[in-house]
Design a protein around this ligand. Structure first.
Ligand SMILES: Cc1cc2nc3c(=O)[nH]c(=O)nc-3n(C[C@H](O)[C@H](O)[C@H](O)COP(=O)(O)OP(=O)(O)OC[C@H]3O[C@@H](n4cnc5c(N)ncnc54)[C@H](O)[C@@H]3O)c2cc1C
Length: 399
């Protein structure tokens, strides 16, 4: 593996870094204050659309999608890290979850008509989307439990059931959901489910409530609980045809996990930076905080942990590019365990060094902690990924 950035990646890195420094860093805390002060924070503030237009004009747009940017996973990974330092940057560059994963699904599996109707406006950043897999009534870490139904009825598909933690469903521009449901309980285990494109305004779709995550609603994207009651759609709303839900889900997850992990590494870098500033600026017992107790060692351990995690993610991205998902299955699960836990411990250290201030929204650390904690669950809990790693490891010893 070559550790140097390609010329193309280095060029994007310089330009994305400069954009974040010049356009996003100066307005970000004001943006959050303004949104929090609104009676209705489920809105897109004008600054977001202005920044999106600028980023698009400069060609810093849809960088996650190889077909659009020409960047492979290893080249895109450091860009995701830069974007992860900020809550709003991913959206500004049209590189935010869950839209990235949904666009990838449509790019890989969508029909011409599905792409025209949904992928094109998503790529232009005009609409947003959500992914509806997890259900309140079944343990969804085992995706084969999924009980919501997507039944073929003549030339229609009919959806029933309840989903939750549908991220992005609260966004005022959210127009389409990817719903995964049980189509044929008698088919082989991984051919029972389908993925269906559901217009948010379709009859029978209802956002029941927006969920809080550690007391936050993550406006304007949010995480919704959504009911589907006899939602009838033409059969051509099914992505790639009935029964292919698991196959599509698998294709969606490799790059998505690299993106999540690299954004979290960016967040951990930001937390370490804040910790170092606080530790050198603030004095207690006659010394800078950095010189008290074990604080220097804590900072050193954080630096080491970030470097280790980054190397693992970059080598996973390289394996994914070189051997495909099958050749990087264990690594993709490894990073999904390592990175959120690493980020949590770095952010926790930074919060501690900030004292009470670290718990407030005067600093981005409390929100960062909530975000990193959620990623020990979102996209599969740690235990499920550890199960994948151990299965692959033990298989080597079973004849
Ligand atoms: C902020 C946030 C955003 C999310 N966004 C989305 C989204 O956009 N779309 C979507 O569909 N879902 C989303 N999710 C849901 C997430 O993917 C699920 O919460 C996760 O897959 C776990 O499913 P569950 O909540 O049903 O937990 P359960 O399946 O009930 O599992 C609970 C716990 O059981 C234990 N467990 C499970 N399996 C094993 C095992 N094999 N070995 C040992 N212990 C085990 C683990 O401790 C696990 O955490 C989001 C979640 C959060 C918190």
């Amino acid at each position: 593996m070559d550790f140097a950035h390609s010329d193309r990646a280095a060029d994007y890195l310089a330009r994305v870094g400069e954009f974040i420094r010049a356009e996003i860093d100066p307005i970000e805390s004001g943006y959050h204050r303004e949104l929090a002060a609104l009676d209705n924070p489920w809105v897109v503030l004008p600054i977001i659309e202005e920044l999106k237009a600028k980023a698009r004009e400069r060609g810093l747009w849809n960088l996650f999608l190889t077909a659009e940017s020409g960047l492979n996973n290893a080249e895109y990974a450091p860009l995701a890290e830069l974007m992860g330092r900020s809550v709003i940057a991913p959206e500004v560059f049209n590189c935010n979850a869950p839209d990235t994963g949904n666009m990838e699904v449509l790019h890989l599996y969508g029909s011409d008509e599905q792409r025209r109707r949904w992928l094109d406006p998503l790529l232009r950043g005009e609409i947003r989307s959500a992914f509806c897999m997890t259900e309140p009534d079944v343990a969804s870490s085992d995706a084969t439990n999924m009980a919501a139904t997507a039944k073929v009825d003549g030339d229609s598909i009919v959806l029933n059931g309840r989903k939750w933690f549908s991220t992005g469903v609260g966004h005022p521009h959210c127009r389409v959901l990817i719903f995964m449901g049980l189509t044929d309980p008698d088919a082989p285990k991984y051919a029972r489910h389908s993925m269906v494109l559901v217009p948010l305004g379709a009859d029978g779709v209802k956002i029941e409530r927006m969920l809080s995550v550690f007391g936050r609603h993550d406006e304007p994207f949010g995480h919704g609980e959504v009911s589907f009651t006899d939602v009838r759609l033409p059969l051509d709303a099914v992505i790639a045809g009935p029964g292919r839900g698991f196959e599509i889900a698998q294709g969606r997850l490799g790059p998505g996990r690299i993106h999540h992990c690299m954004r979290l590494i960016g967040l951990a870098e930001k937390a370490l930076e804040l910790a170092c500033v606080r530790a050198t600026d603030r004095v207690a017992f006659g010394k800078p905080l950095a010189n008290l107790g074990g604080n220097r060692e804590r900072i050193a351990q954080a630096r080491i942990a970030i470097e280790q995690a980054r190397l693992l993610v970059l080598s996973t991205a390289w394996k994914l590019d070189t051997y495909g998902l099958k050749g990087a299955l264990s690594e993709v699960s490894q990073i999904k365990v390592v990175v959120p836990n690493m980020a949590l411990s770095v952010i926790d250290m930074a919060i501690q060094l900030h004292g009470g201030a670290g718990m407030t929204d005067d600093f981005p650390l409390a929100a960062a902690y909530a975000g990193a904690r959620a990623l020990r669950l979102a996209d599969g809990p740690d235990e499920v990924h550890l199960g994948v790693v151990s299965r692959i490891e033990l298989k080597k010893y079973v004849s």
